[in-house]
Every structure is written in C-alpha cells, then in structure tokens.
Design a protein around this ligand. Structure first.
Ligand SMILES: NC(=O)c1ccc[n+]([C@@H]2O[C@H](COP(=O)([O-])OP(=O)(O)OC[C@H]3O[C@@H](n4cnc5c(N)ncnc54)[C@H](O)[C@@H]3O)[C@@H](O)[C@H]2O)c1
Length: 322
C-alpha cells in the first residue's frame, strides 16, 4: 500500500515506518521535527512540515497516489497537556481533522491512528478491555478519545477503514539498536532509569503509596517492535471499509516502577540510585491491557514481552549514544 506516515521521525514512528517498508509498503513521512529527529527517518522519503498543511499534504497525497495514512504525530505529554490544553486540542484534534479531510479528499481510505491507554482514565478493573468505560483524566487522553470518536463518525460516510491502536507504555529500541527513545524532556520510566544507570544521577520514583504490592505504580510495557508489527497487521487485517475499530496494544502483564528499576540493575549491572517523589497528578495506580481483541482479530502476538529483553534493547541503544 502507498502510505503517508505522520510522525515517522519520532520514537514509535521510526520503528513503524521501518517495519511497514520491510513488509513491502511504500512509505512517505511527514514530520515537522518538533519532537522528532531527522536521523530517525534516515533513508526515508521525509517531508518536513505540518501534517495539517493542506497544500503540502494534498499535493503529496495526489502526486504519490496515497492510499492510506498512519497518523502517529501528536503532542503526547500528559503533564504538558494539563498546562496547555488548547495546544493539545489544536494538534491532536483540529489539525488531525484537517489531515483526515485532505487525505480522504485525495482518495486515501485507510486511516490507522496512534491512540493511547490514556483514553481509559482511572481503571475500574484490570486488565483493561476495549469495552471498559473511557473517562480520560487529562487533556492528552481526552484529545485521543475525541479523535477516535471522529474516526467512528467518519467511517460510514467516507467509506473509511479506520483503526485506532491504543498503546500502553511503549519501550525498548529497534532490534538492530539503531533507533530508540530520545524525548526532550524525557518523561518515560525506562529511558530515565537507563540514564540514571549511565550517569549515576538518581531516578525519580513518583509515588510509593499506591495500592500495589510495593506501593509504586504498575504499567504494561510493550516493545516498539511489537507495536510496529501491530501497525502492519492493522493495515493488512484490521482495516475494513466503513468500520472504525479500536485495539489495545500491551503485553497483558504489569510491572511496578521498582520492578523496572530492579530489572534494569540486573541488565546493566549498575546500582541505579533512586529518589522518592510525590505522585504525579492523574497517574493511575495500575494500567494493564487486555489485548485479546488484537490477538483474536489481528493475529497479533508480542514477541518481545520479557521486561529484561525490552530493557536490554533500550540499554544497547542508550550505550550507543554515549
Ligand atoms: N510513547 C508512548 O509510550 C505512547 C503511548 C501511547 C500513545 N502514544 C502515541 O504514539 C504516538 C507517537 O509517540 P512517540 O512517543 O513516538 O512521540 P514522539 O514525540 O517521539 O513522536 C511524535 C512525532 O510527531 C511529530 N509531530 C508532532 N506534531 C506534528 C505536526 N503538527 N506535524 C508534523 N509532525 C508533528 C514530532 O516531530 C515527532 O516526530 C503519539 O501519537 C503518542 O500520543 C505514545
């Protein structure tokens, strides 16, 4: 399929673009490099610009006869979304609608969207199935949900095949170590733990009074190579014209913050000092996916589920940068 990939110079986008190309799809990346890196899209056809630039994207879709869009570009920091909600609505909803309109007008009828576990908010039960109530506790999650709903309402009238992939906590680096996480600021646990392993600066543990066995928050870590494969399957098996579907992407098992740090000590052989800090607003105690729907309908099976394997790949990437 001829694909427009937004956010392909980002962390997850870089891995997804590589996987789609390896599977025989033709990939053109649009990324404004606001949080992404040109090197992440090295070797790809990269157009630097805003995915909502109607002239740019309309022309690109027409010239390249784009058939589908994989929309991963977004603002994606929970804390920042609490401080600048309008920016999140603008990029993740208003501009994303502009992209949908332009792509559909030029004939692209398949749309795969990066959604998030943040659409659920505080879970009533774990593991969380897609049928769980969606009550986001921050503007980031809300904007992801709003755009999912927009895809739902556009599917039938446009004959759109829409798939929303609700990632849990993306982690790890590409199998060959060439591509990994480089956010600035970095808010994700695994790269911050590995930075602490490298530099000896303590890593912050936000909250140790959650109702979990060791008091720290539990998350479901999913390797970016497994996320990448899910995008291929979403395009090839999940996209049905006139239908909008949502799939959770996680391993179905959770690890606490302290368990992640302990695993990182084993992988790196370094002490990794810890600094206790208060809970962050809006952080639920536990977020663990039920990914049964993706397994059953897409035939998706995560291949890198072991926490130590995920951390090891991220550690190889971290060391290659220093
Ligand atoms: N990292 C995670 O754990 C996680 C979890 C759930 C969902 N997600 C979602 O996955 C997607 C990718 O996340 P990531 O961690 O790779 O983030 P990232 O910041 O590395 O990638 C986002 C990319 O989008 C680009 N971008 C942003 N706004 C743009 C615009 N208007 N026009 C063109 N390009 C633009 C950035 O330059 C960047 O390259 C996001 O949609 C995010 O909400 C991520």
């Amino acid at each position: 399929m001829r694909l427009l990939v937004t956010g392909g110079a980002g962390y997850i986008g870089g891995a997804v673009a590589r996987r789609l190309r390896a599977a025989g799809h033709e990939v053109v990346i649009v990324d404004d490099l606001s949080t992404g890196h040109r090197e992440a899209a090295a070797g790809f056809d990269l157009v630097v610009g805003d995915f909502a630039d109607e002239a740019l994207v309309g022309d690109l879709c027409a010239r390249r006869r784009i058939e589908g869009v994989v929309h991963m570009a977004a603002h994606c920091l929970v804390g920042e979304s609490m401080e600048r909600p309008a920016d999140y609505y603008e990029n993740n909803v208003t501009r994303s609608l502009a992209l949908l309109r332009v792509a559909a007008r030029s004939g692209a009828r398949t749309f795969v969207f990066s959604s998030s576990a943040a659409v659920y908010g505080e879970p009533e039960a774990t593991p969380i199935p897609e049928t769980h109530p969606t009550r986001p506790t921050n503007p980031y999650g809300e904007t992801k949900l709003v755009f999912e709903r927009a895809l739902h309402w556009h599917a039938a009238p446009l004959g759109l095949a829409a798939v929303s992939l609700r990632y849990f906590n993306a982690a790890g680096a590409a199998d060959d170590g060439t591509h990994g996480e480089r956010h600035d600021p970095e808010t994700h646990l695994v790269p911050n733990v590995l930075r602490a392993a490298s530099c000896g600066e303590p890593v912050a543990v936000f909250g140790d009074d959650y109702p979990t066995p060791d008091g720290t928050a539990i998350r479901d870590y999913i390797h970016i190579e497994d996320l990448a494969e899910a995008h291929r399957l979403a395009l090839e098996r999940g996209a049905v014209p006139g239908r909008a579907a949502s799939y959770n992407l996680g391993n179905g098992g959770g690890f606490s913050v302290l368990e992640v740090i302990e695993a990182a000590r084993r992988v790196t052989g370094r002490p990794i000092p810890v600094r206790r800090a208060p809970r962050r607003a809006g952080d639920p105690a536990a977020l663990v996916a039920s990914a049964d729907r993706a397994r059953l309908e897409l035939g998706w099976t995560p291949r890198h589920a072991a926490l130590e394997e995920i951390i090891d790949s991220a550690w190889r990437h971290e060391r290659s940068r220093r």
